[in-house]
Ligand binder design. Structure first.
Ligand code: TRP
Ligand code: ZN
Ligand code: CA
Length: 443
């Protein structure tokens, strides 16, 4: 391995800088003198050192140079890029998974990295495509997003930031062939895992040499997180319009997951009004878009720096739980309960305490049952006073696996406090399973 290893002194200098610059970040608390490691979960994000982001770009360019000049799907330079990013994340303590897929007869890869911890039911995902086109090393498209989220992930680990939500990063394969990797990932998520992803943030081309500052106009709350940050540093933004849905966020959006992201422009020409606003010239945002000249020379350090810091801000803000309303009071039983084949009903219970008065009209009942034929099952919620709410009837024509669902129950004529039961009975022979989890959420 001849990869240049990031110099240790640089890392330490970056951290010291982070502490000093914290006061300049919009939304920073008064306690800016505290080291990053001692800050509470809701603290302002540290500065992401752009020198470290640029070092990742240099590394990616070296990998392209050593492998035929590109990092495209199906080429050695792509696999080398995956291995490089994975090694950095493994060393930082992430749990990494390489997901393999096949496209046009060639093997592709997605790299997924989970930070251990955080609420597993609330996942914040951050992703960038790691593949280039075949014509060049793909440093702005999309080494820039890939390197910025890598350094953000490493900064999370380095500072010991413990998000209250679960944080997951991803580097996609074969985006340039039509968002193939991200679509494969989303399509292969079990429905229960899909519904746990509360936001997906996408970064594709964030260091364009003649940059604009574009924010995806999609989920309003996510859009606001970015807009507010740029307002705080005095940089005007515009809504991204150069091909809505032209990157991996489209895969998540079509699965109903809220999406957001940043972009500095591709082949489109900067208008004179945009030159007034952002500087630069009335030429393409990226004159090397999809060309061999998309190298480390094709990067605006200022744009890369601002966008990297904006990413860290969004990650800190969204994972600390301050931007979405509290999830309510949750009572859960995750002890497995076997359901006897064609036999007696069994139950899983939760004891609700600390809530006075009536249960809500929109009690959320989370049910996870692993079973080889869910049609066999009758599933009821039994209130503390014995009232039975049927959640799922016996349905012999439904031979699908498993029940993974959240039912909304009007329980307003029962009191909240007491023992609630999930009751499951298997009414047909042969197929079997178990209650995996039972959860009540009081709004
Ligand atoms: N992903 C596109 C590509 O690789 C680049 C692009 C064009 C883009 N328009 C966009 C990315 C808008 C994000 C948003 O060709
Ligand atoms: Zn591209
Ligand atoms: Ca059965």
């Amino acid at each position: 391995m001849t990869l240049p290893v990031r110099n240790r002194a640089l890392t330490v200098a970056g951290l010291a800088l982070a502490g000093l610059l914290a006061g300049a970040v919009p939304g920073a608390t008064a306690a800016t003198a505290e080291p990053a490691t001692a800050e509470p979960a809701a603290a302002a994000a540290p500065d992401i050192p752009v020198t470290a982001v640029k070092q990742h770009l240099t590394d990616l360019q070296s990998l392209a140079a050593a492998n035929g000049g590109n990092r495209a799907h199906g080429r050695a330079g792509f696999r080398a890029s995956i291995d490089f990013v994975k090694a950095e994340l493994d060393a930082a303590g992430y749990t990494t998974t390489v997901q393999q897929f096949t496209y046009s007869g060639t093997t592709g890869y997605n790299l997924v990295a989970d930070l251990p911890g955080g609420d597993p039911d609330q996942v914040i995902m951050v992703g960038s495509h790691l593949d280039s086109v075949t014509s060049g090393p793909g440093i702005n498209d999309n080494g820039s997003g890939s390197a910025a989220i890598l350094e953000t992930a490493l900064t999370v680990a380095r500072t010991g930031h413990q998000p209250s939500k679960h944080l997951r990063f991803a580097w996609w394969g074969a985006e340039e062939l039509g968002m193939v990797g991200s679509r494969y990932y989303v399509n292969n998520l079990p429905p229960s895992a899909r519904s746990k992803i509360k936001a997906y943030l996408n970064f594709d081309m964030i260091g364009s040499p003649n940059p604009g500052y574009f924010v995806y106009d999609d989920d309003p709350a996510l859009e606001k997180v970015f807009k507010d940050w740029f307002t705080g540093i005095g940089v005007p933004t515009e809504i991204e319009t150069e091909g809505d849905g032209r990157s991996d966020h489209a895969s998540f959006k079509s699965a109903g997951i809220p999406v957001g992201g940043l972009f500095t422009g591709a082949g489109r020409t900067k208008t004179s009004a945009q030159v007034q606003k952002w500087g630069g010239t009335a030429t393409a945002f990226d004159r090397c878009y999809h060309s061999s000249c998309d190298t480390t020379a094709n990067i605006s350090d200022t744009a890369l720096d601002r966008n990297s810091d904006a990413i860290a801000h969004a990650v800190w803000t969204l994972t600390s739980g301050t931007t979405t309303p509290p999830a309510g009071k949750v009572f859960q039983n995750t002890t497995d309960v076997p359901v006897p084949d064609n036999g007696a009903a069994v139950t899983s219970s939760v004891d609700v305490i600390g809530i006075t008065g009536a249960a809500p009209a929109d009690l959320a009942v989370g049910v996870d049952i692993v079973h080889t034929c869910r049609g066999d099952l009758v599933v009821d919620l039994v209130a503390p006073d014995g009232t039975v709410h049927n959640l799922k009837p016996y349905s012999p024509s439904d031979s699908a696996d498993d029940v993974h669902a959240t039912y909304t129950v009007d329980a307003s004529s029962q009191t909240a406090a007491g023992t609630w039961k999930l009751r499951v009975q298997d009414r047909a022979r042969y197929d079997t399973g178990y209650i995996d989890s039972f959860k009540l959420t009081f709004p």
